[in-house]
Ligand binder design. Structure first.
Ligand code: PEP
Ligand code: MG
Length: 536
């Protein structure tokens, strides 16, 4: 038995025979041509074929793995459109063949993407550019298809996999992906996650594994080749347990969160940063309902810069590919203390200087974050959410600062979107004036952790009080109902992003109360979706 370790981009266990992926990459020669017009026409004809193929792949992906993953093929079409000028230039100016012009153009584009150190998403698009170029070149030479037709279930090993190759595969036959290159950020990794298939990348697998037995452990990132009896037995047991879990996932992934009578609920994920995005994809969240931005501050030894924050927000917005991403502005203080903020010792930190109270007092911190958020808004569907609101003036002041930030960005021609603004409802005061607050904002998200703490006057951190801390308390449930009703009177959608939102014993209650969105840790999404889909 030999084992190879790489980076796991999707968890799971797979046991089966290994198949090495056969690539049909075109070999491109550089030749001089006589008729530049005819050569460019030859390119245009191949490009048209390639475009049609890309659209077919887009439609196939749309059907099989959903809109977010299908979008990569729109990116392919866009890359292809951008080839024209450079290809024409090489053909006409250097009198060189179209295949060479396409390959050179793709290499130049890939080099430009490789240099984008500040944008890992675009950096990972290098393989996509090369894949598009290979397709056009293949089409210029009569098109040789993408096919790897497997007749038995197998663990697919490859140097790297382009999304078009992954989509082409008969997924029922693939047990796992193992690539020698690639990144956990690549669309192939994302596709693999969507397909619920274990995937390893950057795994230094030797070239002699084709046809051998293998085990992929997506938890540890290991590929075992020719496993011994004991290892095989251990993994067979693990795989059975995993299969049970995966059954639930497979049944519910890609399905709408809708009751039998047709009421749709937005089932979103709570995250603390980019590191959680794996789980978001894995569990098919329809959006991000709470990005706790303070984790960026907690992980840092000094205030994160505008640029650092911008990158994090933009990456999440891009990864969610047009789905809503609700980013909460800084919520530190109370249980989340950070040395470099130099907050004074307080007798009652939970009732003290925290969250929006810090933002409205130390405005520069708030403005830096807002600039990063608005800049990132140009890259996806971001919503901004303010925590710990108790008064109308706080919302008005925060919105005034937002207007100033936007005006400044506009004056400097920095692109941004006029994003929806919402607030957290997590204090009894906010519940009681919810009608007034709803007039000022686009959405409410109920923070049941703090709402329970403040409604019941019980410190959520105090272990001794655990038996008194009852998030199901009728007062908390009544506060939730009041918030939903007030929101709906003013066309403001209402969600829950506190832990209670994931409580399966309350899912039906919340839906009947009229909740529009539930945001929770990703692993709770599919079980809650199941409950909602079974409701009348
Ligand atoms: C809440 O209070 O319910 C909430 C979601 O915010 P946090 O737990 O981060 O305070
Ligand atoms: Mg809170």
């Amino acid at each position: 038995m030999i084992d190879f370790t790489g980076k796991a981009s999707f968890k799971g266990i797979a046991i089966g025979r290994i198949a090495e992926m056969k690539k049909n990459q075109a070999v491109v020669r550089k030749t001089h041509i006589e008729d530049a017009d005819a050569e460019f026409q030859r390119y245009l004809a191949a490009k048209e074929m390639a475009q049609a193929e890309i659209m077919d792949l887009h439609d196939k992906a749309l059907k099989e793995v959903g809109e977010a993953q299908a979008e990569i093929f729109e990116v392919h079409a866009m890359f292809l459109d951008d080839f024209d000028d450079s290809v024409e230039n090489i053909i006409r100016e250097q009198m060189l063949n179209a295949e060479y012009a396409v390959q050179t153009t793709a290499e130049n584009t890939a080099a430009m993407l490789a240099a984008m150190d500040d944008n890992p998403y675009m950096q990972a698009r290098q393989t996509d550019v090369k894949d598009v170029a290979d397709r056009v070149i293949r089409d210029m030479n009569g098109g040789s298809g993408d096919g790897n037709n497997f007749t038995e279930h197998m663990i697919l090993v490859a140097d790297d996999l382009a999304p078009s190759e992954t989509v082409q595969l008969d997924k029922d036959m693939v047990l796992a992906f193992v690539t020698r290159e690639g990144s956990t950020n690549s669309h192939t990794a994302i596709l693999a996650r969507t397909m619920n298939i274990p995937a390893l990348c950057q795994t230094p697998v030797t070239r002699d594994v084709d046809g051998k037995m293998g085990i992929v452990d997506g938890f540890t990132g290991t590929l075992y080749v020719d496993p011994d009896e004991a290892t095989l037995e251990k993994y067979q047991e693990l795989a059975e347990k995993e299969e049970e879990k995966q059954r639930l996932l497979k049944e519910l992934k890609g399905q709408e969160t809708v009751t039998k009578s047709g009421r749709k609920i937005k089932l979103y994920a709570n995250i603390g940063g980019i590191g959680d995005m794996n789980f978001v994809m894995e569990n098919d969240a329809a959006g991000i309902g709470l990005f706790r931005s303070e984790f960026l501050y907690l992980q840092s030894s000094d205030f994160p810069t505008e640029e650092e924050q911008f990158k994090a927000y933009r990456t999440v917005a891009e990864m969610m590919a047009g789905k809503e991403v609700v980013i909460r502005t800084l919520d530190i203080g109370a249980d989340k203390q950070i040395d470099y903020f130099n907050l004074e010792h307080e007798e009652n930190p939970a009732l003290g200087y925290r969250a929006v109270r810090i933002c409205l007092t130390q405005e520069e911190i708030f403005r830096t974050q807002l600039r990063a958020l608005y800049r990132a808004s140009a890259f996806g569907n971001i919503c901004i959410m303010i925590p710990m609101i108790t008064s109308v003036w706080e919302v008005e002041k925060a919105k005034q600062i937002m207007e100033e930030v936007k005006a400044d960005l506009a004056a400097h021609n920095v692109p941004f979107k006029d994003v929806p603004v919402g607030i957290m409802i997590e204090t009894p005061a906010a519940v009681l004036i919810a009608d007034d607050l709803a007039e000022l904002v686009d959405f409410f998200s109920i923070g049941t952790n703090d709402l329970t703490q403040y409604t019941l006057a019980i410190d959520r951190q105090n272990q001794k009080l655990e038996r008194f801390f009852n998030a199901h308390h009728p007062a908390v449930l009544k506060a939730i109902q009041m918030t939903i009703d007030a929101g709906h009177r003013h066309n403001t959608w209402v969600g829950i992003c506190g832990e209670l939102g994931a409580d399966p014993t309350l899912t039906e209650t919340f839906v009947r109360m009229g909740i529009d969105e539930l945001s929770m840790s990703p692993s709770s999404i599919l079980p809650v979706r199941k409950i909602i889909r079974e409701m009348d």
